[in-house]
Design a protein around this ligand. Structure first.
Ligand code: C2E
Ligand code: MG
Ligand code: MG
Ligand code: MG
Length: 279
């Protein structure tokens, strides 16, 4: 590493930036290979009704097991996949695989007829010009009815593109696909804006849920988000529920649903199948 370049000095060759670019390129190459070599798989985290305690849905979460790196968390590689654009291909694989798997469970297990499948989307995925036809193709190929699918987007994805996003979301709703806002409260969405979009569910970010039993500010934030959602005709999923106390507080606030380690960690497909067979 070159030393002695004072802060604010303009360097033509910035070793730190070079290192960053190199890591990015290397990881991009590894992610591309990971798709080819089928190193990705999906885990599913149950979402429960707080009223009945029953599983009402599953959120698909990607996992990467690499022979050299071992397990790499999505928090680490998803941002790189987004930056390099590879997220479009990876996200397509996720949607295809989740719909295929969920449809297979539906045909095997009539008791899960009321369950929904949630899948995370990235900004570049919905900006891709063929996104809607990709969704149509996947639903047709897998035989999954759109009404069983819930897509998770973030606040920033609503704010980024304005009108074109509104049009796209309407296209999804027209196919009976439901829409959730993930990590709600951490982004910068304006409330007036939120009202214009056909959103079904707000997912309260786990940072607020985490602190709600010890910190009255977090409790107030969660209470406010729940009442906002209800006023806009949306329902609420609390993310990251880890204790019985959080669970009770959320129930008392009228929160419909929850997911978190208190109920289930994300489980691989064999473990999920075992849980679904108990229903
Ligand atoms: P997310 O969509 O908000 O997913 C919830 C994350 O919280 C998951 O982390 C889950 O394992 C974790 N979690 C659930 N309950 C608890 C809890 O009680 N306590 C704690 N501490 N954590 C809990 P994961 O699987 O590591 O995923 C992290 C993020 O990566 C996801 O956040 C999502 O933004 C992104 N991601 C995961 N899979 C995909 C994917 O297929 N596509 C895209 N675009 N993003 C994905
Ligand atoms: Mg999510
Ligand atoms: Mg979330
Ligand atoms: Mg999150």
């Amino acid at each position: 590493r070159a030393k002695g370049l004072g802060k604010g000095r303009c360097a033509i060759f910035d070793p730190e930036m070079y290192e960053k670019a190199l890591t990015l390129l290397q990881t991009e190459r590894e992610l591309r290979l990971a798709l080819e070599r089928k190193e990705f798989f999906l885990c599913y985290q149950p979402i429960l009704s707080l009223q009945t305690g029953q599983i009402q849905g599953l959120e698909a979460l990607i996992r990467w097991q690499n022979p050299e790196r071992g397990f790499v968390s999505p928090g680490e590689f998803i941002p790189i996949a987004e930056e390099t654009g590879l997220i479009v291909e990876i996200g397509k694989w996720v949607l295809q695989e989740a719909c295929r798997q969920f449809r297979a469970w539906q045909t095997e297990l009539p008791q899960i007829a009321a369950l929904k499948l949630s899948v995370n989307l990235a900004s570049k995925q919905i900006q891709a010009p063929n996104f809607i036809s990709t969704v149509d193709q996947i639903l047709t190929n897998t035989g999954l009815d759109g009404s069983y699918l819930k897509l998770e987007i973030t606040e920033s994805m609503l704010m980024d593109q304005g009108e074109s996003t509104l049009e796209l979301l309407k296209q999804l709703r027209y196919r009976q696909i439901m829409l959730s806002i993930d990590d709600f409260g951490t982004g910068y969405s304006s409330l007036g804006y939120l009202r214009r979009f056909p959103i079904n569910t707000l997912k309260v970010d786990r940072s607020f849920v985490n602190g709600m039993s010890v910190d009255s500010e977090n409790f107030e934030i969660v209470r406010t988000i729940i009442s906002l959602a209800h006023n806009l005709g949306m329902d609420v999923i609390a993310e990251g529920v880890e204790t019985a106390e959080q669970c009770d507080l959320l129930k008392s606030l009228g929160c419909e649903s929850a997911q978190g380690f208190f109920f289930f960690k994300p489980l691989n497909s064999a473990a999920i199948l075992a849980e679904l067979m108990k229903i």
